[in-house]
Design a protein. Structure first.
Length: 435
């Protein structure tokens, strides 16, 4: 099969997968949200903040290296990567279990200590996920990974109502996560082409840390980007306000996340193929920037116009406050989508520092959010702070790509200006309609 056909086929499959995955996640969240209270949803948000932080401080890009490295198909190389992936997850599980009490107290939910301990099971199960699901993506073969992810999502969506009804509290999210992770790990072994093997090659370990340390620092910054606003809300606002904000994030990510996931998984192999063909590499870079601008503007405009009504229809009146923030959260995601062009292109060239540099600038949004929380403003200003930070990060990423790799900045700058201007216009029109 030609490369063009494999790219197209992979894109279609990934598109269908992520649309289905986000739809299932969205439906499951709506089911649980309608059964539980906003406060329960807020407590559940602290679970994902905790696991996200621990995953972040141990992220060394093992899966990205398995795709990017030329020897990624080598069995000894893969076995070493598997060992490091498994050890990482076991360590995270142990830390979650040991620190459950202090973490629950920090988030002012000591009654949820037992549920935090139960979260350790999710991390342990994920550690035995077969790395063949990642290795096969090198050849743009996404079907095994899609099946191992999608089938468990279908099962947990079907179980959402009975489990949430039976347990009646925030722990429903933990039980569903355990079931989904366990099934996904089981399917990864069934669908793997190679046996599950652990190994240790010091050259691979050293290379992994050399490849991954910028990603580790970047992941810490990304945690602040993706979860920092909710950490602020968990400390400065009520659990109900945190739950409402988390609902808005889930709604924005239900559509924006689909596009982001497709782009990140499809583009890295494509850019990597064109490493030695500068002309095609640059053409792909510009093409994706233009496509991301168009898609991001459409999604952002729709959420500014229809987001508030959509929140009330889907989640009910208890979550109506989410309508004031969902447009801004979608706008931030739209800008992140465009930022995927320079960051993914850089990673394909073996440069993992682009994201790191961009996310340093992204922290400006977190600083603005802290100021907003200090003066106890509306939660909408927390979301607006994120948009400002994303815009600055995008500009930094584009300029870094030009200076480090010589890619022309003008096409991406034009796309950025068009996207940001369009989003601001959409926000003005949307707010005018509600006045």
């Amino acid at each position: 099969m030609s490369l063009r056909r494999r790219i197209f086929g992979g894109g279609v499959l990934l598109g269908a997968h992520h649309i289905a995955a986000e739809a299932l996640h969205f439906v499951r969240s709506v089911i649980v949200a309608r059964i539980l209270t906003p406060a329960d949803f807020g407590v559940a948000a602290t679970f994902w903040i905790t696991t996200g932080f621990l995953a972040t401080i141990s992220e060394l890009g093992f899966q990205q290296l398995l795709i990017q490295a030329r020897e990624g198909d080598d069995e000894r190389f893969g076995a070493t990567i598997q060992t490091m992936m498994t050890a990482r997850s076991l360590l995270i599980g142990a830390v979650i279990f040991a620190l459950a009490g202090p973490v629950a107290s920090m988030f002012r939910v000591p009654e949820a200590t037992w549920a935090f301990r139960l979260l350790a099971v999710v991390s342990v199960l994920s550690g035995f996920h077969h790395r063949d699901m990642t290795r096969l993506k090198r050849a743009l073969r996404f079907a095994p990974a899609v099946v191992s992810d999608l089938v468990p999502r279908v099962v947990t969506t079907l179980l959402a109502w009975p489990i949430a009804t039976y347990v009646g509290d925030y722990s429903a999210f933990v039980w569903l996560a355990i079931i989904q992770t366990g099934l996904s790990t089981a399917f990864s072994h069934v669908l793997a082409e190679r046996p599950f093997r652990l190994g240790w090659e010091w050259t691979v370990v050293r290379r992994s840390f050399g490849f991954g340390w910028p990603l580790l620092l970047n992941s810490l910054l990304m945690f602040a980007v993706m979860q920092g606003d909710r950490v602020i809300l968990a400390r400065a606002y009520t659990k109900a306000e945190l739950g409402v904000y988390s609902v808005a994030i889930g709604l924005a990510m239900a559509s924006c996340g689909v596009v982001m996931n497709i782009a990140s998984q499809l583009l890295l192999p494509v850019f990597s193929v064109f490493q030695q063909n500068r002309k095609r590499f640059e053409a792909t870079y510009v093409l994706f920037a233009q496509a991301a601008t168009a898609v991001g503007l459409i999604l952002g405009a729709l959420f500014f116009m229809l987001g508030p009504a959509l929140v009330s229809i889907v989640y009910g009146g208890r979550y109506a406050l989410a309508g004031s923030v969902v447009g801004w959260l979608a706008a931030a995601q739209s800008i992140r989508l465009l930022r995927a062009a320079p960051t993914t292109a850089a990673m394909a060239l073996g440069d993992t520092r682009n994201s790191l540099v961009a996310n340093v600038f992204r922290q400006s949004g977190l600083a603005l959010a802290l100021i907003a929380a200090t003066v106890r403003t509306s939660v909408a200003w927390i979301a607006i702070a994120g948009v400002v930070g994303e815009a600055l990060a995008l500009g930094a990423s584009i300029m870094y790509m030009r200076r480090r790799h010589g890619l022309a900045a003008r096409p991406a700058v034009v796309c950025s200006a068009f996207l940001v201007s369009g989003l601001l216009l959409s926000a003005w029109v949307g707010m005018s309609d509600r006045v």
